[in-house]
Design a binder for this molecule. Structure first.
Ligand SMILES: *[C@@H]1O[C@H](CO)[C@@H](O)[C@H](O)[C@H]1NC(C)=O
Ligand SMILES: *[C@@H]1O[C@H](CO)[C@@H](O)[C@H](O)[C@H]1NC(C)=O
Ligand SMILES: *[C@@H]1O[C@H](CO)[C@@H](O)[C@H](O)[C@H]1NC(C)=O
Ligand SMILES: *[C@@H]1O[C@H](CO)[C@@H](O)[C@H](O)[C@H]1NC(C)=O
Ligand SMILES: *[C@@H]1O[C@H](CO)[C@@H](O)[C@H](O)[C@H]1NC(C)=O
Ligand SMILES: *[C@@H]1O[C@H](CO)[C@@H](O)[C@H](O)[C@H]1NC(C)=O
Ligand SMILES: *[C@@H]1O[C@H](CO)[C@@H](O)[C@H](O)[C@H]1NC(C)=O
Length: 343
């Protein structure tokens, strides 16, 4: 933040109109931040009280950023992240580890996958909600730096942490209609709770619904991978670690999804178990109703397979496409500090 405040001209000004030569002259004045190495795993990965006195729930004030990811909203409203919702990748990694017991490798993958498309690589800052001047001046277009809210501009990892897209639809605000639908599925398949069985049926329902209603529905890499991952998060990370039975009550779900609030006395999950729970969950959800990469072709009910997209298990092609297509589309020719930070 300090670096951003010392720059000599107005914040939140796009540098898109400037020539390469002008950029070379101006960029050094930003004192771009060199991102530190990602944090490692915490020493203490145990189940423990996280809704504690040091992390009280305080609802967001006017201007605080909140977005489509209930997990990030919750961490900000409990002070595991800066309460204004303007964060660095390292802060998110520490927060998801400390507050939810997320595995270090998973945290690193998700956080940098999101930072690269939604954050500002020059200042190392990202909004967990809408675009914000507090992330500093933007790198040249076509960079977007839109915050985690960014939608439909670029399909893919943009929604990597955005459980909200799955549960609330395109409008990232809490949507009672869609929550009621989730309650109905939880009653039908989970005895009133959200669990792996509910996730499986609800995920498939939402895909079928999109095929039937959205003429431009696209379900390709990396979205196809994150779509299954995010469906597992609530029953892995929002269930009290002392219980850890994969059954999330609708009362607790409402607190996380609508208010970004942990239940009283909430204990985080055992971080040594969460990676397997997510991976096994993804496999189970996919295997129950396998949907290969593809999309509608401009009309509804026209789902056509896309042989060029990585499948759910093609991690190597998925990674290459992410770097070479998704990130390159935002940063076609990065130089200097920008290039260094992206790398
Ligand atoms: C974790 O443990 C290592 C080795 O015991 C120690 O050097 C380090 O300071 C500890 N880190 C924290 C955050 O407690
Ligand atoms: C999203 O939903 C909220 C709350 O229901 C509403 O106030 C807002 O106008 C909606 N935004 C859009 C873009 O539809
Ligand atoms: C909530 O979701 C429903 C179902 O997709 C949609 O029809 C409705 O417009 C949404 N409400 C808001 C406020 O976005
Ligand atoms: C989900 O809940 C239902 C109803 O209690 C149960 O039959 C099912 O086995 C549960 N699924 C999992 C994976 O816990
Ligand atoms: C889209 O798919 C539908 C159904 O498979 C097909 O009838 C139609 O010709 C396709 N349209 C285009 C533009 O490919
Ligand atoms: C993906 O790989 C895992 C682990 O090797 C395997 O269990 C699973 O069946 C595979 N899924 C698909 C869709 O191929
Ligand atoms: C990456 O993209 C460049 C330019 O579009 C292309 O020449 C290169 O073959 C791609 N590399 C891989 C590994 O796909």
């Amino acid at each position: 933040m300090l670096a951003v405040q010392t720059i000599a001209f107005p914040q939140y000004q796009s540098l898109g109109g400037l020539s390469q030569r002008e950029l070379v002259q101006i960029l050094p004045r930003f004192t771009p931040v060199t991102p530190p190495a990602p944090p490692g795993p915490p020493n203490d990965t145990s189940v423990k009280l996280v809704n504690d006195e040091a992390h009280p729930y305080i609802p967001p004030r006017n201007g605080d950023m909140r977005g489509p990811c209930p997990g990030l909203n919750t961490l900000a409203s409990h002070g595991y992240l800066p309460r204004n919702g303007i964060v660095t990748p390292a802060q998110i990694i520490n927060a998801v580890q400390d507050g939810f017991g997320m595995d270090n490798a998973l945290a690193i993958r998700l956080v940098y996958g999101t930072m690269l498309v939604d954050g500002n690589p020059l200042t190392n800052l990202m909004s967990i909600g809408a675009k914000s001047s507090l992330t500093g001046p933007d790198p040249p277009k076509p960079a977007i730096v839109g915050g985690v809210d960014t939608h439909a501009v670029l399909e893919g990892m943009l929604h990597v942490l955005s459980i909200g897209d799955f549960f609330f639809g395109d409008n990232h605000s809490f949507n009672q209609t869609l929550f009621n639908e989730l309650v109905a599925f939880s009653n039908q398949f989970g005895g009133g709770n959200y669990n792996l069985t509910v996730a499986t049926e609800y995920r498939f329902h939402r895909i079928q619904q999109s095929i039937a209603e959205n003429p431009t529905f696209s379900f390709i890499s990396p979205r196809i991978v994150t779509a299954y991952g995010e469906a597992t998060f609530p029953f892995v990370f929002f269930v009290d670690g002392r219980k850890a039975d994969g059954q999330l009550s609708m009362k607790d779900a409402l607190g996380f999804f609508r208010d970004g609030r942990m239940p009283d006395d909430f204990h985080r999950a055992d971080a040594s178990k969460t990676s397997d729970l997510v991976d096994n969950g993804v496999d189970a959800i996919f295997t129950a109703h396998p949907v290969q990469p593809g999309g509608n072709n401009g009309t509804v009910n026209s789902y056509t397979l896309d042989p060029n997209s990585a499948g759910i298990n093609d991690t190597c092609k998925g990674y290459t496409d992410f770097v070479n297509v998704t990130v390159r589309s935002l940063y076609p020719n990065p130089q200097g500090a920008l290039r260094n930070n992206l790398n």
